[in-house]
Each structure stands twice: as structure tokens, then as C-alpha cells.
Design a protein around this ligand. Structure first.
Ligand code: FAD
Length: 476
């Protein structure tokens, strides 16, 4: 008999949350805390979505997406999770860059960037002030036609090196390009510049364990290995979801699954307006990523002067297409020292990340796929040798993840690591007008992606669901 992962689950809830990424868990937590009956359904065998980790022999633990987020996480976690979680968020102080145009270290905040731009790059102080103020003043309702490239041309014409310093980390942080609307850059850049880059001390497994505990204390019914196949709609309102052969009724659904999958596959086009379907079809997915995970043998170490985050590139110029190319020139190394997990074994790990196109990996046969992964691991270790001579001999475990890995574990189409491009946000926001009680919360529109963006989007959406439930706007 296969195990019944829905054993004891009720036949009806106020809200069903599909997916336990950071947005899904945050929505579930807020709605549970507000006293609603919440069911959280996750298709994978663990919670967290892309905020995840894995274990390997030798006591090694690898974080998949714990590279850095803005200071705003502290406030969001304190308000919508708990102080325990918020207090474990710490700053990364040594962010490094090395490329043919410049090599430098920074604390990655406005003050330090202003100093670098004026002294090292020779930009006039007032120009830097105006740029920061413009980026900071941007909001969703601004002109969406100006691209990030045009923004840079306005303030730093002909300065490819400055663009590289300002843009490379943001492209890494959310996949945005010079061709995307400038607000997708301005909002995320300003978030980081407010105080710098932060991570969660204790590792992703500790964060997700604490979130699970908090969800349970708010009476959220959590079910793993429960993929949702279908969301049923009756008279223009969500009625139930189908999972593991059961149909469970609800007043509202919050889907944390990929936006396009939610609309075009789980809901189905027959319940939606034609022009909405066209717009949903036209939403572009964001790019994916490759990562190489390397753990050092017990007793080996990396000097902390190596930095926390290290943006490296061998390309002479900064071009978005080069950042995505299979012919890798840019790698961002995250260094994990024992302080990342103070309560665990003394272990050092390095994770190398590179943005990637799904198409470069999707159609490889098994043998070519394995060979490409091996090549990715070897060339990455070679690249790391340049900065840490002898590292190859110190490595105990190395393996790669590709766009196919991310798709496999989270069902994100094309392994999208940051949801959708900008137009996804409008489509996600419009969903409740198409189908009563149907919401989406998860990485969309670049702005609402990444750990902070996903959590904050979960907050926004759960508040809307709460208001609708409290005002009894939904059919009983
Ligand atoms: C390699 C990599 C590195 C990253 N690094 C950073 C970083 O340093 N900083 C940062 O801020 N962000 C980073 N990110 C991005 C960040 O991890 C994501 O933006 C964020 O975690 C996404 O959260 P989400 O709520 O959108 O949901 P997701 O994490 O996308 O989770 C969606 C969940 O829905 C579940 N699901 C899907 N379909 C179904 C279904 N039918 N039924 C039930 N469940 C379903 C999935 O299994 C998954 O658990 C990185 C991402 C990647 C891939």
C-alpha cells in the first residue's frame, strides 16, 4: 500500500496554499496566524522550494540559494515569522570583484559604493548622489518604458566599467538584464544599497525547520509529497483542488507554483478570458542557473580574506548574453565558512553560480548531460585555482546542478530560478479578477523574486486573502 500523505486531512479548508516556497510558506503562516483553516500542499519531500539545501557524505551540507539578500529580510522575518528567525540574519562584509576592468572589495552599501565610484572610477560626487536618489525613488507605478541600459546611459554614458560594477551583482541576484525595465533594477539595487548583503546564520535547513515549527504553531496543516494537479472552479470561483487522488474544497487558493503553470495547466484556459490567456502565454520566464558545489576535506580550510561573495569574470566587457552563455566567463563564488553553521561540524564549502539558459541543457542525451556536468565541475575548479591555488587537492566533494535540476525539484518551467520577467507581475495580480478566490504568490516580475521579494509578495497576497475571508466576500 502506498503511504497516504493526506491521512487525516479535512475535506475542506478556508485556504489551500499550493507550494511551500518562501512566498507560499509566508502566506500560509500569516493566514494560519489570523485563524483561518489553512492546508499547505507541497509536491516535493521537503519544504522550502528553491530555498533549499542538501547533504552529502562527509558531513557536508550545501545551500542552494543562500548567497545573499537585502537587509529588509530582518524586518519581514520579524513581523511575519518570528524574532528567532530574524535574529539569525547576519551581514556579509567582504564582497569582492575581479574582472579585466577592475578588482576591488566592498561592503556593498551606498556609502562604500559612493566612495568607490568617486575615488576609483572618477565619477563626480553629485552624479553618484543623483543616480542613487533616482534608483531609490523608483516604484512600481513609474514609467516602465525606460530600460536599465537607458538609466545607466543617462548617468554614466560610455562607462561600461561602472555599469559592470552596478549591474553584475543584480543580474546575479535576480536574472535581470540591461534590457529590462529600469525599475526592476532600481528597486532591487536600492534594497541592497540600504545596508549591504545579508545571509541566514545556521543554514537553510535551520531556517526552514524554524518556519515549519512556526507554521505548525499556527495550526497550518502541512502535507509534503502532495502535488496539485488541478484547481476546480465553479460559477467563477475556486471550489476545490485535486491532489493525490482527493478533491479538497476551499474558499480560496494561493498558488506558489510557477505562474504560467498555475494559470495554463492547473486552472485551465476554459475558465479564463481570452485576452488574459494571451497575456499569460506571453509572459517570459526568467533565466535559470548552473551551480557547482564544492566541499573541503575535514581539516582543510579557506582563509576568510577570500571574501564572502566573489564576482569573477574573464570577459573584457560586461554583456548580459555573455553572463548566460554556455561558454562561461563569469562565475560568482559564495564562500561558506564554519560560521555559516556555528552549531555544526567545522566545514568549508564553495558554491559557484552562473546564470544559464534552459535551451543549452534541455535536449542533451544522458551521456552528454553527464559529460557536460563533469566539464562544468572541472572548469569551475580550474577557475577557482586561480584564486585559491591548490584547492583541487583539498576538495572532498564536488557536483553540479543545472537548469534541469531546478526544474526537476520545483517544477519551475525551464528551471527558471527567478520566476518570470516583469510582465508576470501584472498577470499574477490580475488572477483574482479572473477567478474569484484564486491568488498567486511567488517569484514574478523580477521585483517580487529572491528570498525577500518572495516573502514580501506572500505577505501582500495573504493580506488580500485575509480581507476577503473576513469580509465574507467568498461563497460559503
Ligand atoms: C541557484 C539559485 C540561487 C539563488 N540565490 C538566491 C540568493 O542568493 N538570494 C535570493 O534572495 N534569492 C536567490 N535565489 C532565488 C530564490 O531562491 C527564489 O526567488 C525564492 O526562493 C522563490 O520562492 P517562491 O516563493 O517563489 O517559491 P519557489 O521556491 O519557487 O517554490 C515553489 C514551490 O512550489 C512547489 N510546487 C510547484 N508545483 C506544485 C504543485 N503542482 N503542487 C504542489 N507544490 C508545487 C515546488 O515544489 C516548490 O516547493 C536563487 C535561486 C536559485 C535557483
Amino acid at each position: 500500500m502506498p503511504r497516504d500523505f493526506l491521512k487525516g486531512a479535512a475535506d475542506e479548508y478556508d485556504v489551500i496554499v499550493i507550494g511551500s516556497g518562501l512566498a507560499g510558506m509566508t502566506s500560509a503562516n500569516i493566514l494560519g496566524r489570523a485563524g483561518h483553516r489553512v492546508l499547505l500542499l507541497e509536491q516535493h519531500y521537503k519544504l522550502g522550494g528553491l530555498a533549499t539545501w542538501f547533504l552529502r557524505p562527509g558531513g557536508h551540507i550545501f545551500d542552494v540559494s543562500l548567497h545573499g539578500f537585502p537587509h529588509g529580510m530582518i524586518k519581514s522575518c520579524r513581523r511575519y515569522w518570528n524574532r528567532d528567525i530574524a535574529d539569525r540574519i547576519v551581514q556579509l562584509n567582504n564582497i569582492r570583484f575581479d574582472n579585466p576592468q577592475f578588482s576591488l572589495s566592498t561592503t556593498f552599501n551606498r556609502e562604500d559604493f559612493t566612495k568607490l565610484l568617486t575615488t576609483k572610477f572618477g565619477i563626480e560626487h553629485q552624479n553618484v548622489v543623483d543616480f542613487f536618489d533616482t534608483a531609490r525613488g523608483m516604484n512600481f507605478y513609474d514609467d516602465q518604458a525606460t530600460t536599465t541600459k537607458q538609466l545607466f546611459e543617462r548617468f554614466f554614458p560610455g562607462r561600461d566599467d561602472v555599469v559592470r560594477l552596478l549591474m553584475e551583482p543584480i543580474t546575479y541576484a535576480n536574472g535581470s538584464t540591461l534590457e529590462d525595465p529600469a525599475i526592476t533594477y532600481g528597486i532591487v539595487f536600492s534594497n541592497f544599497m540600504s545596508k549591504g548583503v545579508f545571509i541566514y546564520e545556521g543554514g537553510t535547513e535551520d531556517l526552514v525547520a524554524r518556519m515549519k515549527k512556526e507554521l505548525e504553531s499556527n495550526n497550518v496543516d502541512i502535507r509534503i509529497r502532495c502535488g496539485v494537479d488541478r484547481i476546480n472552479v465553479k460559477d467563477g470561483h475556486v471550489e476545490s483542488v485535486e491532489t493525490n487522488g482527493r478533491t479538497i474544497r476551499c474558499k480560496a487558493v494561493v498558488s506558489n507554483a510557477n505562474l504560467k503553470t498555475t494559470i495554463l495547466k492547473m486552472l485551465g484556459t476554459e475558465v479564463l478570458d481570452k485576452d488574459f490567456i494571451e497575456r499569460a502565454n506571453a509572459v517570459r520566464l526568467n533565466n535559470s542557473s548552473t551551480q557547482v558545489y564544492m566541499a573541503l576535506k575535514e581539516g582543510e580550510h579557506i582563509d576568510e580574506s577570500s571574501g564572502d561573495l566573489f564576482f569573477t569574470s574573464t570577459s573584457k566587457e560586461f554583456r548580459t548574453d555573455l553572463l548566460l552563455s554556455r561558454d562561461i566567463t563569469s562565475r560568482t563564488f559564495s564562500f561558506y565558512y564554519p560560521r555559516t553553521r556555528p552549531e555544526k561540524k567545522d566545514r568549508y564549502a564553495v558554491v559557484s553560480s552562473t546564470n544559464a539558459n534552459w535551451s543549452d541543457w534541455a535536449d542533451l542525451n544522458d551521456a552528454d548531460y553527464e559529460a557536460s556536468k563533469k566539464d562544468l565541475v572541472e572548469t569551475t575548479i580550474d577557475a577557482l585555482e586561480k584564486y585559491l591555488p591548490g584547492i583541487r587537492q583539498k576538495i572532498d566533494w564536488a557536483e553540479a546542478a543545472t537548469p534541469r535540476t531546478f526544474q526537476h525539484y520545483t517544477r519551475h518551467e525551464m528551471g527558471a530560478s527567478f520566476g518570470t520577467k516583469f510582465e508576470g507581475l501584472g498577470v499574477s495580480r490580475e488572477l483574482p479578477q479572473q477567478v474569484g478566490g484564486m491568488y498567486h504568490a511567488g517569484s514574478v516580475g523580477i521585483i517580487m523574486s529572491g528570498w525577500l521579494g518572495a516573502i514580501n509578495y506572500g505577505v501582500i497576497v495573504s493580506n488580500e486573502v485575509d480581507q476577503a475571508l473576513v469580509s465574507k466576500a467568498f461563497p460559503v
